[in-house]
Design a protein around this ligand. Structure first.
Ligand code: WQD
Length: 323
């Protein structure tokens, strides 16, 4: 198989590219470099610079590189921004996969691994979220990921595409410092940024109905996210036409914000700093933790890395970037 990885120069994409290459797959990266960096693409892997809204360029990339499957990661992914710019999010995250599916069907590339998100669930009222937990997204971002899944499932039924939508939970960490996330949009980098500015990290609310009152999430190492893509790509290679899998990609373990902040302070050598509890952040669910059973059953995949790996490697990446 030859895989086109859209968004392959981004934080998650670059890890997926490495996992596929290390797994012996042939890979081409397709990225508009809006947030990705060309130097994340490994030597020997071709890079096509372009937008996922550019159907003719997608078709020529697929044909020129004899691509048989696509890992579609390129997307907009900031929840808050999606509230301000819903049209842009629908264009990139819904018209993007629709354009891609048109190019794939025109060229006969019929395997697709899609980056989805736990954001499709919104505020789940269950201990462990299964793939059958109702999807009630709370943001345009979450909506676009859910619509993307529907689109792919419909195309799988109608056009024989084999697809897997991977619903990532809270991704963190890096395989190497130079591959670390450069955005400061999630808990771990936001704490690093506060510490660097000499400010106390913020805990957004401690009056939730959780054991320590702070929100609980399922944090997963980006290398585990990457290995799930390799497993999904292999699972689809021999799958029958019309296969459409939807899989949670998490560890199945919840960690509270307070626990995370304590661990982050320790790794950063700032145990003397006291976190500052602030108002709740609007729209935050109290608890979102995956049931990872289906991914284990369907892919034979489980996460291997723990919180210390995630936080240590994120810290190495932060120091590398700010050295
Ligand atoms: C984690 C917890 C915050 C910063 C989002 C998207 C989700 C996915 C991952 C893309 C929350 C708390 C944070 C801080 C804090 N994205 N927090 N102080 O909101 O769980 O998930 O990113 O697919 O779809 O919704 O992640 O890292 O922003 O927050 O207390 O300075 O940390 O309130 O409880 P979130 P996050």
């Amino acid at each position: 198989m030859s895989w086109l990885v859209t968004g392959g120069a981004g934080y998650i994409g670059a890890h997926v590219v490495r996992a596929l290459v290390d797994g012996g797959e042939s890979v081409v990266v397709y990225d508009d470099l809006s947030t990705g960096c060309a130097d994340r693409v490994p030597a020997g892997v071709p890079l096509v610079v372009g937008s996922v809204l550019d159907g003719p360029l997608l078709e020529s990339a697929i044909r020129d590189h004899a691509v048989t499957g696509v890992v579609h990661i390129a997307a907009k992914k900031q929840v808050g921004e999606s509230v301000e710019q819903p049209l842009r999010y629908y264009r990139e995250n819904v018209t993007g996969p629709e354009t891609l599916l048109e190019a794939m069907t025109a060229c006969g590339a019929d395997r697709l691994v899609f980056s989805s998100s736990a954001a499709v669930y919104g505020m789940p009222d269950v201990d462990l979220v299964t793939e059958d937990t109702p999807c009630l997204p709370m943001s345009p971002y979450g909506e676009t990921k859910l619509v993307g899944e529907w689109l792919i499932n419909a195309a799988a039924r109608a056009h024989g595409i084999r697809a897997a939508s991977l619903r990532y939970f809270n991704v963190a960490g890096a395989a190497a410092p130079e591959l670390a996330d450069t955005g400061v949009f999630n808990l771990i980098p936001m704490v690093f940024e506060r510490l660097e500015a000499g400010e106390a990290p913020r805990v957004f609310g401690d009056d939730y109905a959780t054991p320590d009152g702070t929100c609980v999430r399922d944090y997963i190492h980006v290398q585990d996210i990457a290995s799930a893509h390799l497993a999904a790509a292999r699972r689809l290679t021999d799958a029958p036409e019309g296969t459409a899998l939807t899989l949670n990609i998490g560890r199945g373990e919840g960690s509270s914000v307070r626990e995370m902040v304590d661990r982050i302070l320790k790794v950063a050598g700032k145990e003397d700093v006291a976190p500052q509890v602030t108002e709740r952040r609007p729209g935050d669910p109290a608890r979102v933790v995956a049931s990872a059973d289906r991914a284990r059953e369907e892919l034979g995949w489980t996460a291997r890395h723990g919180l210390d790996d995630m936080i240590d490697s994120a810290w190495q990446g932060w120091r590398h970037r700010n050295r």
